[in-house]
Write a protein that binds this ligand. Structure first.
Ligand code: FBP
Length: 695
């Protein structure tokens, strides 16, 4: 036998094929980096100008008028061809500029293209202009950590996901000190403008910086970023100016591909319910889009649950001339019942498996939990303010935190503490599993938001579901439907009479494709009793093997696999939609800067239509603000857009969800969205939510 000679390791490593397949840069990356996104027509012209659009009206918040006086009267501005500019305006437009850019908040695919858009446009206008990227988010501005963004740096990140080029962070530039430090850094770099690429809180911060820096001649422009899709802008008349933020489409498509793969697995091995929690801090836009993309069997939309009314309870109370206020809004217990109902219905059709989507922020819409979140936000914030220290450092473990809460109920308060935590709260809270108590007490983020991503929401819900399903098994209500042909075949093989046994065993022994075992048969013992009563076997006989086989098949084993989709979607490479969207947002941001705007957020109108109709705009951030509870106090923030249950997208989902549940003997109606692509004919143009809402 001849032996195969091993190739020397150095020769192997230096082989061209080894080098090609082990390189950090593969063909997909090379192709992505060299791809040029489409440009909105106006950006191919020499100059752009801003056209005021006072007909787009917003009602101002009184507090915003008070604290943002220099930017509250901004109008929406449309970016138009600027060839008619005066000479002086052209000089201003073309001047050499220094611009700073920062990512703020969670990553969102398309962010590098925003930087590429700013960079390409500013260098086209004046090659001597400089773009500086602040490192690690707003901390980079405060601490003066930055890098000059060069052509080679931009080229390495074109059309690539994440915020890896300059990284990101969640620091808020809120104190006078931080604002001053940041301004000094901007002045040191002789910045004409700062572009903040961030979510609702970061754009809120951008507006405050715009107000503070105006007198220093530093413009501040925001760019709407977040996979959550909750920065949407409509005028008072309901006209959509910004249908979505960049990153949403890619994240939703990424989640959907994974969910759809799980659905394929679930439909092949038919033994698991896959429970998929998808990101979205509060709003359920990502869950809705994922449902539309995949036709998952069961999807919950938090916003719908908040509107839930238990009519049965209302009616019951009405009979006693009472109103049952607890009938409004859903409780965790009720939600688990709704889930069980769907599981039981599918099982009855022989489908004891499926795919379920739960939005990350669902707890925000569940009555009793929302109350806990609000109360605990206030307690933690009050503690921090009153004691000028950090609640979580003072009470590092759960027991200490619980002990502090208990003290509040006993009236044992630290000096000046105002208690909103009563005995009932404490009792209810203590009924929650420990991991969930810990979750509700976790540290709030820098903007005072509850960190839903750190709570095992899916576990708490599914634990309740399992508990209730066990009860339903005991009651004989949760059964796996038995295929009629399988039943007849199994009994026929052993010479048993399917008709006689069928009447005894099943509650629907007629023409049905699937037979369901009677409620009274919940164990081997009860099975035997029924067969004896029906005189199909004698007391001293054992249950025939084929009947046992049928019974065993009807007993459901509820097995779940829990998944969390979020961070993976944030790091995905952008879809074609997000590549184009991000790039044009970048050019829009630069146009706003080059035309002297400040306190504006770059946006693109008509995203829900074909690219040819896209219209770049500047939207006044101050006009989007309202007062909201943050860190236990009312604070001015951009209002988050949650799912509108009157929107086309939601209504279509609602109308089709029964089909997607597929609680029938037919096939599941799953949809395969396929992988995220940025070229190729099959890449979709835009999120399905946007397409539906444009109808
Ligand atoms: P942004 O609002 O900054 O875009 O972040 C959104 C998000 O991805 C949420 O969906 C999620 O709840 C949260 O960030 C997670 O935050 P963290 O990165 O701090 O874990």
């Amino acid at each position: 036998m001849g032996s195969v000679r091993k190739i020397d390791i150095n020769t192997l490593l230096n082989h061209s094929l080894t080098e090609e397949v082990t390189s950090d840069v593969n063909k997909e990356v090379i192709e992505r980096r060299s791809f040029s996104p489409k440009k909105i027509g106006v950006f191919s012209e020499g100059y752009t100008s801003l056209e005021e659009q006072p007909h787009y009206k917003f009602s101002n918040d009184k507090e915003a008028e008070k604290v943002l006086p220099d930017i509250i009267n901004n109008n929406v501005q449309k970016i138009i061809n600027g060839s008619e500019k005066s000479k002086k305006e052209k000089v201003f437009f073309n001047k050499k500029r220094n611009v700073g850019v920062v990512f703020s908040g969670g990553p969102a695919p398309g962010g590098h293209n925003v930087i590429a858009g700013i960079f390409d446009e500013m260098k086209r206008v004046n090659p001597d202009s400089k773009l500086y990227g602040f490192i690690l988010g707003p901390d980079g501005i405060i601490e003066g950590k930055y890098t000059e963004i060069t052509a080679s740096l931009v080229d390495a990140y074109r059309n690539m996901g994440g915020f890896t080029m300059i990284k990101t962070g969640r620091t808020k530039i809120d104190s006078k000190e931080k604002i001053d430090f940041s301004r000094k850094v901007c002045q040191k770099l002789s910045l004409d403008a700062l572009v903040v690429i961030g979510g609702d809180d970061s754009n809120t911060n951008a507006a405050f910086l715009a107000q503070e820096y105006k007198s220093y001649g530093i413009q501040v422009v925001g760019v709407p970023k977040t996979i959550d899709g909750d920065i949407q802008v409509k005028t008072d008349c309901g006209e959509t100016l910004c249908a979505i933020s960049f990153g949403f489409h890619t994240a939703a498509r990424g989640f959907s591909q994974n969910i759809s793969n799980l659905a394929t697995d679930a439909n092949s091995d038919v033994k698991y319910w896959h429970i998929c929690k998808v990101m979205g801090r509060v709003a359920s836009h990502l869950a809705l889009e994922s449902a539309l993309q995949t036709h998952a069997n069961l999807t919950f939309i938090g916003e719908e649950l908040a509107d839930y009314v238990d009519n049965e309870r209302l009616e019951k109370a009405k009979k006693n001339n009472e109103i049952d206020y607890t009938a409004f809004g859903i409780t965790l217990r009720h939600l688990s019942r709704v889930i069980c109902d769907a599981i039981v219905r599918r099982a009855a059709c022989g489908k004891n498996y499926g795919i379920m989507i739960i939005p990350e922020g669902i707890l925000e819409f569940i009555n009793e939990i929302q109350i806990f979140i609000i109360k605990l936000n206030k307690i933690i914030a009050d503690y921090n303010n009153i004691h000028d220290s950090d609640f979580h450092s003072s009470f590092p473990n759960l027991n200490e935190k619980l002990d502090y809460l208990k003290r509040l109920t006993r009236g044992i308060k630290y000096e000046n503490d105002i208690s909103i935590w009563n005995l009932r709260d404490d009792d209810l809270f203590n009924q929650l599993p420990l991991f969930f108590q810990e979750g509700l007490l976790i540290e709030r983020d820098t903007h005072g938001n509850f960190q839903f991503s750190l709570v095992n929401t899916e576990k708490i819900i599914m634990d309740m579901v399992k508990e209730y399903l066990d009860m339903l098994i005991e009651k004989g209500e949760y059964k796996v439907g038995i295929d009629q042909e399988y039943y007849r075949y199994t009994l026929g093989q052993s010479g048993l009479n399917p008709e006689k046994f069928g009447k005894a065993l099943f509650r629907n022994f007629d023409d049905n494709k699937l037979f369901i075992v009677k409620k009274s048969i919940i164990s081997k013992k009860t099975l035997k009793q029924v067969l004896v009563v029906e005189k199909l076997i004698k007391e001293d006989e054992v249950v025939p093997e084929p009947i046992m086989q049928i019974f065993n098949k009807s007993v459901p084993k509820f097995k779940t696999q829990l998944h969390f989709y979020g961070y993976d979607g944030r790091g995905n490479d952008p879809t074609l939609f997000d590549c184009n969207f991000g790039y044009n947002l970048g050019m829009t941001a630069f146009s706003l800067v080059a035309n002297g705007a400040t306190g504006q957020m770059a946006a693109i109108k008509n995203l829900e239509h074909d690219f040819e109709k896209w219209e770049p705009l500047g939207i006044p951030i101050a006009k989007l603000m309202h007062l909201e509870e943050r860190k236990g106090r009312l604070a001015l923030v951009i209002e988050r857009a949650i799912v509108d249950t009157n929107s086309n997208a939601f209504r279509v989902f609602k109308a089709l969800r029964e089909e997607w549940l597929a609680a029938n003997p037919g096939k599941d109606r799953l949809r395969r969205p396929g992988p995220v692509r940025f070229t190729g004919k099959s890449e979709e143009d835009r999120p399905i939510t946007l397409t539906l809402n444009s109808i």
